[in-house]
Design a protein around this ligand. Structure first.
Ligand SMILES: [Zn+2]
Length: 442
């Protein structure tokens, strides 16, 4: 079994026509289920004049109203407590509570039944298998097991594959690294920010070269970093391991993964999800490669609190190429390119923080940490970029290159502030590196 390339060979290599037929069948099923069981969704669809019988093709799906995060926040002020009227099962069938981190306002509560939870870990099983996890692996999970979904499903999926799982829950970073060393763990899962933090602590606090540890593969999630070439390279070089990207969300599920062939992008798990891309400016759907937009996504099998045409705000783009791994699941180019909320106009130019990260992490002599602050000086937009110089590196050695690359990649000028190594904030999970002070606080 462990010689197989695919976790589910039938679904992962299904001809596209059949795959789309499967998506349509599954969409009809989840739409009917939701229409019949969720008070919130039924009211939304009735208002739009859409009933389950109206969905005959994937094109018809586009007429269905989208659901935004702010709607989910409103729902949860209603009965039954604490989930509200999008709940499609009796409360006693809910077996797990999770919530979003609340970085964009009030957190959303996420109920799942046992079936839903089994589905989550099944989605993660596709991810891990495609990234070369096998029963012989000893997987260390350096994550604070708590109300956030993060790597919980990764843990369960690794068990499901037959790996040996080491839950590094409440240990601090040094203790985690020492446990990885002691047990010769072969794989781990964390945010890119935390992977780089672990490398830093290993080198500078423990005197351990992380590339001498036995980790040979790392799965990242929670931030775009593993899809940004310069950040990925820093992680791969530090640990001497392959670093793979994955993207998922509490309200959605684990919808995408980078496979072992590392095609500079991620596969969408199209057996479990229907992904559409919407032009941010025109609202039209983008079917062809070459143009990015925000992702509208449906989880095709999730039943307690369904996710139907959810406006994720993740910016993605279809890739024109197919992957050498043989999966027929479509690729998105370069992974998630950022959040629609974070892509903002500065001096009339679209600025994506991901592009700045790509530049900062590509320059030797700069530390891993950085911060971007957009504000106004009088009427004029200003971007402040804070970076750290590595020990023994001077500002003069890198200033020219940094400014040139920023201008080239983002078409904007920056006020750059240089700090000594160790002065900018460190993060244990997701970093908060981008602030737009021109926006009023919510
Ligand atoms: Zn592939």
């Amino acid at each position: 079994m462990s010689d197989h390339v695919y976790w589910n060979p039938i679904l992962e290599t299904m001809p596209r026509e059949k795959l789309q037929h499967l998506q349509l069948c599954k969409f009809k099923r989840i739409f009917k289920w939701t229409y019949e069981n969720s008070i919130f969704h039924r009211a939304l669809y009735k208002k739009a004049g859409i009933e389950p019988g109206d969905i005959r093709s994937l094109d018809d799906v586009r007429n269905i109203p989208k659901v935004e995060k702010s709607m989910m926040q409103m729902i949860q002020n209603k009965d039954p407590f604490p989930y509200g009227d999008a709940l499609c099962v009796p409360l006693e069938e809910v077996s797990i509570f999770r919530q979003t981190s609340g970085t964009t306002g009030q957190p959303v509560y996420q109920p799942d039944t046992w079936q839903d939870w089994e589905w989550w870990s099944e989605c993660w099983a596709y991810i891990l298998w495609s990234q070369g996890y096998r029963p012989k692996d000893r997987v260390f999970i350096p994550f604070g097991y708590n109300i956030f979904v993060a790597f919980w499903a990764g843990h369960y999926a690794a068990e499901k594959l037959g790996c040996e799982v080491v839950p590094g829950g409440v240990l601090d970073t040094q203790a985690r690294l020492l446990k990885i060393q002691e047990l010769s763990a072969t794989a781990m899962m964390a945010t890119p920010t935390y992977i780089l933090r672990m490398a830093d602590v290993a080198k500078n606090k423990l005197g351990i070269d992380p590339s001498k540890l036995s980790i040979n593969k790392i799965t990242c999630a929670g931030e775009p970093g593993a899809g940004i070439p310069s950040t990925k390279k820093r992680m791969q070089d530090a640990f001497g391991a392959k670093v793979y990207d994955h993207s998922g969300a509490t309200e959605i599920g684990a919808w995408s993964f980078e496979c072992q062939d590392q095609p500079n992008g991620m596969h969408v798990n199209e057996a479990m999800f229907l992904v559409e891309i919407e032009d941010i400016e025109t609202g039209k759907m983008i079917d062809e490669p070459g143009k990015s937009g925000k992702m509208i996504i449906t989880a095709l099998d999730r039943i307690a609190q369904p996710c139907i045409r959810f406006d994720s705000k993740d910016v993605i783009e279809w890739d024109s190429k197919t992957c050498s791994c043989g999966r027929t699941f479509r690729l998105i180019k370069g992974g998630v390119q950022g959040r629609a909320d974070d892509i903002t106009k500065v001096k009339g130019v679209l600025l994506s923080p991901v592009a700045i990260e790509e530049v900062v992490r590509s320059i030797d002599g700069l530390g891993d940490e950085f911060e971007i602050i957009v504000d106004k000086q009088g009427d004029i937009d200003r971007i402040k970029l804070k970076v750290e110089l590595m020990p023994d590196v001077s500002k003069q050695q890198i200033e020219g290159k940094l400014k040139d690359q920023l201008r080239l990649k983002t078409n904007l000028g920056y006020l750059i502030e240089y700090y000594d190594y160790g002065q900018l904030p460190r993060y244990e999970v997701k970093a908060k590196r981008f602030k737009d002070l021109r926006k009023k606080p919510q």
